[in-house]
Write a protein that binds this ligand. Structure first.
Ligand code: 5RP
Length: 260
């Protein structure tokens, strides 16, 4: 791995803890005006001091994020479908030149193993890895799940390992029982979990705790933070688990306490 790529990864995964809290707000690329992100700028601004990196599209950055802000960008560069159509039908929407102009610390696309367009999405990843290697920009592969896809360790391990073999530098997947098997399948490639649909706060904190206890380096969480009744308290609580090794109860106290 070249120096630039290592440097960019160390802006995302904090060298001090070896962990990271990414804030995902890229949902609009196929979901449109997602609850909590209609005014993306207003939602994200108070959360930025607690996020290690921001996962977002180029259009959202240009509309809602102040270029003076100091946050590593994980640029979503795939899309081309909507929730109304086949989800796996993704293409690369943003070229590497624009990722460099945006000063992206990483680029990301989804891979739909088992989906109708499985091959095309694996091909998207391989092209990004080739471009990323050329310019020292790491690629985060998202093991997306279509409507009918299982979310067990066997499937997520299969999908994650394929992304590793294609050359992804970081993996984002879903938490499941026996998550350590998914992490093991990824070798030395760091794994983060997506939050998925909004859960009660205690459950989302438990999931974050279980994920890092099973070997994940952190979370790339969206709805369970920005759709919470206390988004700032929630991201602080997730940080406490990921970076400080706090228990779920201690983290919940942080979430509740910050309401006051
Ligand atoms: C969509 C994504 C989203 O960024 C991801 O789902 C994370 O957000 P959430 O925690 O809300 O699931 O990668 O494919």
């Amino acid at each position: 791995m070249n120096w630039g790529m290592k440097n960019r990864i160390s802006r995302i995964i904090m060298p001090k803890t070896g962990r990271c809290v990414m804030l995902a707000v890229d949902h609009g690329y196929f979901q449109g005006p997602t609850t909590g992100l209609v005014n993306l700028g207003k939602t994200v601004k108070p959360l930025l001091p607690y996020a290690d990196a921001l996962m977002i599209t180029r259009g959202a950055i240009r509309n809602w994020i102040d270029p003076a802000v100091d946050i590593p960008i994980i640029l979503r560069v795939s899309g081309g479908q909507s929730i109304l159509k086949e989800l796996s039908n993704e293409v690369i929407t943003t070229n590497i030149d624009d990722a460099i102009r945006i000063n992206a610390s990483a680029i990301t696309c989804s891979v739909y193993v088992g989906g109708e367009y499985e091959k095309e999405t694996i091909n998207n990843l391989s092209k990004l890895v080739d471009e990323g290697e050329k310019y020292g920009i790491p690629v985060l592969a998202v093991t997306a799940v279509g409507k009918d896809m299982a979310r067990d360790a066997r499937y997520l391990g299969l999908a994650s390992r394929i992304c590793v073999e294609i050359g992804a530098h970081m993996i984002k997947t879903y938490y499941t029982e026996e998550f350590e098997k998914v992490v093991e399948a990824c070798g030395n490639v760091p794994v983060v979990i997506a939050g998925g649909k909004k859960l009660p706060e205690m459950e989302a904190l438990q999931m974050s705790h279980d994920a890092v206890s099973s070997g994940a380096v952190g979370v790339d969480m969206g709805r369970n933070i920005f759709q919470s009744d206390n988004p700032v308290g929630m991201i602080q609580a997730v940080r406490a688990i990921v970076h400080e090794g706090k228990s779920v109860d201690e983290a919940y106290e942080i979430y509740e306490g910050s309401k006051k």
